[in-house]
Design a protein around this ligand. Sequence first.
Ligand SMILES: *Cc1c(COP(=O)(O)O)cnc(C)c1O
Length: 217
Amino acid sequence: MGLDDIRKRIAKAEAEAGRPAGSTTLIAVSKVQPLERVEAVLEAGHRVFGENRVQEAQGKWPAFRERFDGVELHLIGPLQTNKARVAFELFDAIHTLDRPKLATTLARLAQEMGRCPPLFIQVNTGEEPQKAGVLPAEADAFVAEARALDLPVQGLMCIPPVEEEPSLHFALLAKIAARNGLDGLSMGMSGDFERAIAQGATHVRVGSAIFGERDYG
Ligand SMILES: *Cc1c(COP(=O)(O)O)cnc(C)c1O
Protein backbone atom coordinates (compact mmCIF):
# COMPACT_ATOMS: atom_id res chain seq x y z
CA MET A 1 0.00 0.00 0.00
CA GLY A 2 1.10 3.56 -0.65
CA LEU A 3 0.63 4.78 2.90
CA ASP A 4 3.94 3.51 4.31
CA ASP A 5 5.85 4.85 1.35
CA ILE A 6 4.24 8.29 1.68
CA ARG A 7 4.96 8.39 5.42
CA LYS A 8 8.63 7.62 4.73
CA ARG A 9 8.85 10.25 2.02
CA ILE A 10 7.28 12.83 4.34
CA ALA A 11 9.80 11.99 7.09
CA LYS A 12 12.64 12.33 4.61
CA ALA A 13 11.37 15.66 3.29
CA GLU A 14 11.01 16.97 6.85
CA ALA A 15 14.58 15.92 7.67
CA GLU A 16 15.94 17.48 4.48
CA ALA A 17 14.16 20.74 5.27
CA GLY A 18 15.58 20.71 8.79
CA ARG A 19 12.09 20.43 10.21
CA PRO A 20 11.01 18.39 13.25
CA ALA A 21 9.84 14.84 12.51
CA GLY A 22 6.06 14.74 12.56
CA SER A 23 5.59 18.44 11.88
CA THR A 24 3.56 17.66 8.75
CA THR A 25 0.02 16.32 9.00
CA LEU A 26 -0.79 13.84 6.27
CA ILE A 27 -4.37 14.23 5.05
CA ALA A 28 -5.28 11.09 3.10
CA VAL A 29 -7.65 12.31 0.39
CA SER A 30 -10.24 9.57 0.05
CA LYS A 31 -12.68 11.21 -2.39
CA VAL A 32 -14.08 8.85 -5.04
CA GLN A 33 -11.99 5.92 -3.75
CA PRO A 34 -13.62 2.52 -3.27
CA LEU A 35 -14.55 1.93 0.37
CA GLU A 36 -12.23 -1.11 0.63
CA ARG A 37 -9.23 1.09 -0.07
CA VAL A 38 -10.28 3.63 2.54
CA GLU A 39 -10.91 0.83 5.01
CA ALA A 40 -7.44 -0.61 4.40
CA VAL A 41 -5.86 2.74 5.26
CA LEU A 42 -8.01 2.96 8.41
CA GLU A 43 -6.97 -0.60 9.34
CA ALA A 44 -3.34 0.48 8.89
CA GLY A 45 -3.98 3.01 11.65
CA HIS A 46 -4.28 6.23 9.70
CA ARG A 47 -6.96 8.59 10.99
CA VAL A 48 -6.75 11.91 9.12
CA PHE A 49 -8.73 12.07 5.90
CA GLY A 50 -9.81 14.66 3.36
CA GLU A 51 -12.95 14.85 1.26
CA ASN A 52 -13.87 17.48 -1.29
CA ARG A 53 -17.65 17.01 -1.36
CA VAL A 54 -19.90 17.40 1.65
CA GLN A 55 -22.51 14.96 0.36
CA GLU A 56 -20.02 12.25 -0.53
CA ALA A 57 -18.41 12.54 2.89
CA GLN A 58 -21.82 12.38 4.55
CA GLY A 59 -22.48 9.12 2.75
CA LYS A 60 -19.42 7.24 3.94
CA TRP A 61 -17.88 8.73 7.09
CA PRO A 62 -20.58 8.31 9.75
CA ALA A 63 -20.36 4.52 9.28
CA PHE A 64 -16.54 4.52 9.34
CA ARG A 65 -16.63 6.65 12.47
CA GLU A 66 -18.76 4.06 14.23
CA ARG A 67 -16.11 1.44 13.54
CA PHE A 68 -12.92 3.46 13.94
CA ASP A 69 -12.11 5.82 16.81
CA GLY A 70 -10.41 9.15 16.40
CA VAL A 71 -11.19 9.87 12.76
CA GLU A 72 -10.36 13.45 11.80
CA LEU A 73 -12.06 14.68 8.66
CA HIS A 74 -10.95 17.69 6.62
CA LEU A 75 -13.08 19.43 3.98
CA ILE A 76 -10.78 20.35 1.10
CA GLY A 77 -13.35 21.17 -1.60
CA PRO A 78 -15.66 24.12 -2.20
CA LEU A 79 -18.34 24.78 0.41
CA GLN A 80 -21.75 26.18 -0.54
CA THR A 81 -23.35 28.23 2.20
CA ASN A 82 -26.43 25.98 2.22
CA LYS A 83 -24.20 23.04 3.15
CA ALA A 84 -22.31 24.91 5.85
CA ARG A 85 -24.36 23.49 8.71
CA VAL A 86 -23.81 19.91 7.61
CA ALA A 87 -20.12 20.65 7.10
CA PHE A 88 -19.94 21.99 10.65
CA GLU A 89 -21.28 18.73 11.98
CA LEU A 90 -19.17 16.46 9.83
CA PHE A 91 -15.76 18.07 9.49
CA ASP A 92 -12.98 18.75 11.97
CA ALA A 93 -11.36 21.37 9.73
CA ILE A 94 -12.42 23.36 6.67
CA HIS A 95 -9.69 24.30 4.17
CA THR A 96 -11.79 26.25 1.73
CA LEU A 97 -12.93 29.50 3.28
CA ASP A 98 -12.79 31.58 0.12
CA ARG A 99 -15.31 34.43 0.23
CA PRO A 100 -16.97 36.94 2.55
CA LYS A 101 -20.44 35.40 2.31
CA LEU A 102 -19.13 32.05 3.52
CA ALA A 103 -17.25 33.80 6.32
CA THR A 104 -20.42 35.46 7.63
CA THR A 105 -22.37 32.21 7.36
CA LEU A 106 -19.69 30.31 9.31
CA ALA A 107 -19.53 33.07 11.91
CA ARG A 108 -23.30 32.86 12.43
CA LEU A 109 -23.13 29.07 12.82
CA ALA A 110 -20.19 29.37 15.20
CA GLN A 111 -22.23 31.75 17.37
CA GLU A 112 -25.18 29.43 17.36
CA MET A 113 -23.24 26.24 18.07
CA GLY A 114 -20.63 27.67 20.38
CA ARG A 115 -17.79 26.11 18.40
CA CYS A 116 -16.15 26.27 14.99
CA PRO A 117 -13.74 23.91 13.26
CA PRO A 118 -10.29 25.35 12.48
CA LEU A 119 -10.36 27.14 9.15
CA PHE A 120 -7.92 27.62 6.30
CA ILE A 121 -8.39 30.45 3.86
CA GLN A 122 -8.00 29.34 0.26
CA VAL A 123 -5.78 31.62 -1.80
CA ASN A 124 -5.91 31.50 -5.61
CA THR A 125 -2.14 31.92 -5.95
CA GLY A 126 -2.22 31.39 -9.72
CA GLU A 127 -5.05 33.94 -10.13
CA GLU A 128 -6.91 31.40 -12.27
CA PRO A 129 -10.44 32.58 -13.16
CA GLN A 130 -11.95 29.09 -12.83
CA LYS A 131 -10.44 28.45 -9.43
CA ALA A 132 -11.82 29.31 -6.01
CA GLY A 133 -9.92 31.35 -3.47
CA VAL A 134 -9.14 34.94 -2.68
CA LEU A 135 -6.55 36.68 -4.83
CA PRO A 136 -3.11 37.11 -3.26
CA ALA A 137 -3.56 40.89 -3.22
CA GLU A 138 -6.83 40.52 -1.29
CA ALA A 139 -5.61 37.88 1.15
CA ASP A 140 -4.46 40.18 3.98
CA ALA A 141 -7.79 42.03 4.01
CA PHE A 142 -9.76 38.79 3.99
CA VAL A 143 -7.72 37.30 6.84
CA ALA A 144 -8.47 40.46 8.84
CA GLU A 145 -12.16 40.24 7.94
CA ALA A 146 -12.37 36.61 9.08
CA ARG A 147 -10.57 37.41 12.31
CA ALA A 148 -12.90 40.33 12.96
CA LEU A 149 -15.74 37.79 12.79
CA ASP A 150 -13.94 35.76 15.49
CA LEU A 151 -13.39 32.87 13.11
CA PRO A 152 -10.57 30.47 14.08
CA VAL A 153 -8.28 30.99 11.10
CA GLN A 154 -5.51 28.42 11.37
CA GLY A 155 -3.79 29.03 8.08
CA LEU A 156 -3.89 29.26 4.31
CA MET A 157 -4.49 26.73 1.56
CA CYS A 158 -3.66 26.69 -2.15
CA ILE A 159 -3.94 24.52 -5.24
CA PRO A 160 -1.24 25.66 -7.70
CA PRO A 161 -1.94 25.77 -11.45
CA VAL A 162 -1.16 22.38 -13.01
CA GLU A 163 1.22 23.78 -15.60
CA GLU A 164 3.40 25.81 -13.27
CA GLU A 165 6.22 25.00 -10.85
CA PRO A 166 4.34 24.56 -7.57
CA SER A 167 7.26 25.68 -5.39
CA LEU A 168 6.72 29.30 -6.41
CA HIS A 169 3.09 29.09 -5.33
CA PHE A 170 3.99 27.37 -2.08
CA ALA A 171 6.55 30.08 -1.34
CA LEU A 172 3.99 32.79 -2.06
CA LEU A 173 1.44 31.16 0.24
CA ALA A 174 4.06 30.82 2.99
CA LYS A 175 4.94 34.49 2.63
CA ILE A 176 1.32 35.63 2.90
CA ALA A 177 0.81 33.38 5.94
CA ALA A 178 3.95 34.66 7.67
CA ARG A 179 3.06 38.31 7.28
CA ASN A 180 -0.38 37.58 8.72
CA GLY A 181 0.97 35.61 11.66
CA LEU A 182 -0.60 32.34 10.49
CA ASP A 183 1.08 28.99 11.21
CA GLY A 184 -0.96 26.61 9.09
CA LEU A 185 -0.08 25.89 5.47
CA SER A 186 -2.29 23.40 3.62
CA MET A 187 -0.40 22.71 0.42
CA GLY A 188 1.08 19.84 -1.54
CA MET A 189 -0.60 16.88 -3.26
CA SER A 190 0.59 13.52 -4.63
CA GLY A 191 2.89 15.06 -7.22
CA ASP A 192 4.47 17.79 -5.14
CA PHE A 193 4.09 17.22 -1.40
CA GLU A 194 7.85 17.02 -0.82
CA ARG A 195 8.32 20.44 -2.40
CA ALA A 196 5.47 21.75 -0.24
CA ILE A 197 7.16 20.42 2.90
CA ALA A 198 10.37 22.14 1.84
CA GLN A 199 8.36 25.40 1.76
CA GLY A 200 6.82 24.83 5.17
CA ALA A 201 3.60 22.87 4.58
CA THR A 202 1.94 21.85 7.83
CA HIS A 203 -0.79 19.85 6.05
CA VAL A 204 -0.27 17.90 2.84
CA ARG A 205 -3.29 16.54 0.98
CA VAL A 206 -2.33 13.28 -0.70
CA GLY A 207 -4.85 11.11 -2.55
CA SER A 208 -3.81 8.97 -5.49
CA ALA A 209 -0.28 8.30 -4.23
CA ILE A 210 -1.83 6.56 -1.21
CA PHE A 211 -4.97 4.96 -2.62
CA GLY A 212 -4.17 4.58 -6.31
CA GLU A 213 -5.72 6.44 -9.22
CA ARG A 214 -9.28 7.66 -8.85
CA ASP A 215 -11.81 6.04 -11.17
CA TYR A 216 -14.45 8.64 -12.03
CA GLY A 217 -16.14 6.02 -14.24
C1 LIG B 1 -8.17 15.58 -4.92
C2 LIG B 1 -7.47 16.64 -4.16
C3 LIG B 1 -6.20 16.39 -3.60
C4 LIG B 1 -5.44 15.10 -3.76
O1 LIG B 1 -4.98 14.97 -5.08
P1 LIG B 1 -3.92 13.81 -5.48
O2 LIG B 1 -3.27 14.34 -6.68
O3 LIG B 1 -4.74 12.59 -5.72
O4 LIG B 1 -3.00 13.64 -4.35
C5 LIG B 1 -5.62 17.41 -2.87
N1 LIG B 1 -6.23 18.59 -2.68
C6 LIG B 1 -7.45 18.85 -3.20
C7 LIG B 1 -8.07 20.18 -2.95
C8 LIG B 1 -8.11 17.89 -3.96
O5 LIG B 1 -9.31 18.17 -4.46
